[in-house]
Write a new protein. Structure first.
Length: 339
């Protein structure tokens, strides 16, 4: 089975009716449902259904291949469904959350994010890691893990293997943070508020933040969650900036990246949620829908990932992920100690 090329998927989607999407959409939805069920049955909140879906998709692709008829639906899941999920993510955020973190906390989050992204890009060049892959690892480490990798790739336009490798990095090192930070927080004697901001500013995935934060009690867990969601808000300006830079570069044969208008939808959803907050049951239901849509997109990514190409990238990107992890954890801790 040849590697699934994004270009044919886009062309097929626009050139045929909705019926052509059914096989691929059915496949990605099925994988997402299976991953979600497996996570719930495990009882492990920190076990991400997004990562499970990607792994299941990769397993299917590399052991049995994916049907030709599924290409349009897989492409649709990877692009349209992902962008809808990013927009809906805005309904989990409010401006009040930013105020709750406070100016010092926001300064820690913003400086950590910007410095981590710049450092990771620089380290990627020093290690000889391809620019697109380094950019995805930087986004995943600096902002919010797999979701940031997927959203950033709409403008970075790395290969499917780049995305899978970046997600693997943020999953591995974010999980290590979830284990190490509660221990280090206790040894350092951090109070709940400072510990929560450190976790929220330094850990990759939202689920990992929740897992690490609440190990130091409810106050620390809430502070970590709010800090993390404040960090997610900064995904919007990051993607808009990267999109502008990518269009300016042109990227040769791949063509200039499209303007990431869906990020404006993300910001609009956040502002709407700030002005007219959703009732708690509706907000919780929408959060579950958003997670499921992201899981569908990650299933599609797995179905487009060739493990042979992933292995060919070698160990340097993994070393970059480790350096980025140490940098974001250390810088966040140092800044927290100053506020």
């Amino acid at each position: 089975m040849s590697h699934l090329n994004p270009a044919p998927a886009r062309g097929t989607r626009t050139g045929t009716g909705w019926g052509a999407l059914v096989p691929g959409l059915g496949l990605t939805l099925g994988i997402a449902l299976l991953a979600t069920a497996a996570q719930r049955l495990s009882g492990l909140a920190a076990l991400s259904p997004l990562v499970l879906a990607m792994l299941l998709g990769m397993l299917l692709r590399n052991l049995w291949g994916t049907p030709e008829a599924a290409r349009p639906g897989i492409g649709f899941s990877l692009r349209r469904v992902l962008r809808l999920a990013v927009v809906l993510l805005g309904f989990q955020l409010t401006l009040a959350q930013l105020r709750a973190v406070g100016v010092p906390g926001l300064a820690v989050i913003a400086v950590t994010l910007a410095a981590t992204f710049v450092f990771t890009k620089w380290a990627g060049r020093a290690l000889g890691v391809e620019r697109r892959l380094a950019e995805l690892i930087a986004a995943g480490t600096a902002v919010c893990g797999a979701s940031a990798v997927m959203a950033t790739n709409t403008v970075t336009r790395g290969s499917d293997e780049d995305v899978a490798y970046a997600i693997a990095c943020v999953t591995v090192f974010g999980s290590l943070s979830m284990v190490a930070m509660p221990v280090l927080g206790g040894l350092l004697g951090l109070d709940p508020a400072h510990y929560g901001i450190w976790v929220g500013a330094g850990v990759h995935e939202v689920a990992q933040v929740v897992g690490a934060g609440f190990q130091h009690g409810a106050e620390a867990g809430q502070a970590a969650t709010v800090a993390k969601l404040s960090r997610v808000i900064l995904l919007a300006p990051l993607i808009l900036t990267l999109g502008a830079l990518t269009r300016r570069r042109g990227e040769g044969a791949r063509g200039a990246a499209p303007a990431p208008w869906f990020v404006l939808g993300f910001v609009a959803a956040m502002l709407l949620n700030s002005a007219l907050p959703l009732p708690a049951p509706m907000a919780q239901g929408l959060a579950r829908v958003t997670t499921f849509l992201l899981t569908v997109a990650l299933a599609a990514m797995g179905l487009e990932t060739d493990l042979r190409k992933l292995r060919a990238k070698g160990i340097r990107p993994l070393a970059l992920g480790a350096l980025a992890w140490l940098f974001v954890s250390g810088l966040a801790l140092a800044l927290v100690a100053l506020v």
